[in-house]
Design a protein around this ligand. Structure first.
Ligand code: ACO
Length: 382
């Protein structure tokens, strides 16, 4: 049995399972899905193709990809009663909470009693991937006082998501940037939400309960919620010229202050996804307009490197994703739900991998509480 001091906080560097889905080299800024570099996927693939790759292990044939597109499009629309449920959510609620509830409720419309049937597991995977954009867009529109839209049958996953949010089709470059953002966020090894999915799935919980648990885990500000906090931070800084005085003041007030969107458990150099996102962002800004927040982010990164670089703290994927989304007119609190729309691919790939040779997760604890404590009856207690 380990002593408390030997337990690595946050399971850092502790291997917990074998996986063949993605690999990260945190020193060389490399990330690949099933062996293919994520930069190439972001450039040349589509979210649908990347999702197939993650779930099945290989790139699809042309026929498989066409069928997969078709199967997903058929499952985009959710039961009208589920839209009624979402209508009753408070408009002031956070969209990640709305999404978590909606995913759980989705499972009640498509009950899955057993996870031992491969065909049923594939069906649930298709439904979850196809439905998440619909659920996110429905809540986003309803709280703006707008009716949810039916999915657009002629648009791909990224284009349809944008259409369901805004009621208009994206330009080709906006569609491409959303598609690439989904690819870049689709999978990332044993991060907190994926681990949550695997732990939940290991109890043979149904796939909707598994994905809903993962959505809850992603919502935290140390994980997916960071992209929202980055934007708030950039708004607070206001101008590029204020980045240094702002950072100095924050560090003076709290020496362990953390810059949102910086640092990563695995990457000790700049996150490769941040680099790709930045390139994509600059392409979109050439078409829209370059937001002031982008210049604030660039200056903040410049100011942070001499201070935090030696600790291996550099921008992670969330440092620039929020700037891209906000330049597309997407509300700040929808950023993390977009992350979930993408990451559901990785969660499901891990869920299916976990079920193959599953054993329930049940790690050991090191007990540090009291022992032999006598029970004192209530009438003898003050
Ligand atoms: N700003 C300033 N310093 C930082 C930051 C940061 N964002 N992140 C880490 N550090 C420093 C720590 O203070 C610590 O310094 P010390 O050794 O002097 O005490 C050192 O770097 C190591 O940091 P830890 O917190 O131990 O790193 P850990 O691996 O536990 O945490 C995490 C990683 C949670 C991502 C952390 O870097 C963080 O809080 N970042 C800000 C939130 C964020 O951007 N999260 C998104 C992560 S990516 C994703 O989920 C998609």
């Amino acid at each position: 049995m380990s002593s408390p001091s030997e337990i690595p906080a946050g399971l850092a560097d502790v291997p917990v399972a074998k996986s063949a889905i993605s690999i990260i080299d945190g020193k060389r800024a490399l990330l690949s899905y099933r062996g293919i570099a994520v930069e190439q996927l972001a450039k040349d693939s589509s979210f649908e193709e990347t999702t197939w790759l993650l779930l099945k292990g290989d790139l699809p044939t042309q026929r498989q990809l066409a069928d997969f597109h078709h199967e997903l499009r058929q499952r985009r629309k959710v039961h009208y009663k589920l839209i009624e449920v979402i209508k009753n959510f408070p408009a002031t609620g956070h969209p990640m909470d709305a999404l978590q509830c909606s995913v759980s409720a989705l499972g009640m419309f498509y009950p899955t009693r057993s996870v031992s049937d491969n065909a049923a597991n594939w069906e649930a995977s298709l439904r979850l991937i196809a439905s998440l954009p619909t659920l996110v867009a429905a809540f986003a529109r309803l709280r703006r006082g707008e009716l949810p839209l039916d999915p657009h049958p002629d648009l791909d996953h990224a284009g349809n998501f944008y259409y369901m949010l805004f009621g208009r089709e994206p330009s080709p470059s906006v569609r491409k940037v959303i598609d690439a953002c989904l690819i870049l966020h689709a999978e990332h090894g044993f991060n907190a939400s994926t681990f949550t999915a695997r732990v939940t799935g290991s109890s043979l919980a149904n796939p909707y309960a598994t994905i809903s648990a993962a959505v809850g885990s992603l919502s935290g500000p140390l994980h997916g919620g960071a992209n929202e906090e980055v934007l708030e931070m950039l708004s607070e800084i206001g101008t590029a010229a204020n980045a240094k005085p702002w950072l100095d003041a924050k560090r003076a007030a709290n020496p362990s202050f953390k810059v949102m969107g910086m640092g990563h458990r695995v990457y000790k150099v700049k996150d490769p996804r941040a680099t790709v996102l930045q390139e994509l962002a600059e392409r979109v800004f050439a078409e829209t307009s370059r937001p002031a927040k982008y210049d604030v982010a660039l200056e903040l990164e410049k100011q942070c490197i001499p201070i935090y670089g030696a600790k291996g703290v550099y921008p992670n994927v969330d440092f620039y994703s929020g700037v891209v989304y906000s330049s597309l007119g997407i509300e700040t609190d929808i950023f993390t739900p977009i992350f979930a729309v993408a990451r559901v691919a990785g969660w499901l790939a891990h869920w299916l991998e976990q079920l193959n040779g599953n054993r329930i997760y049940r790690p050991e604890q090191v007990y540090v509480g009291n022992t032999d404590v006598p029970y004192v009856s209530l009438d003898k207690r003050p």
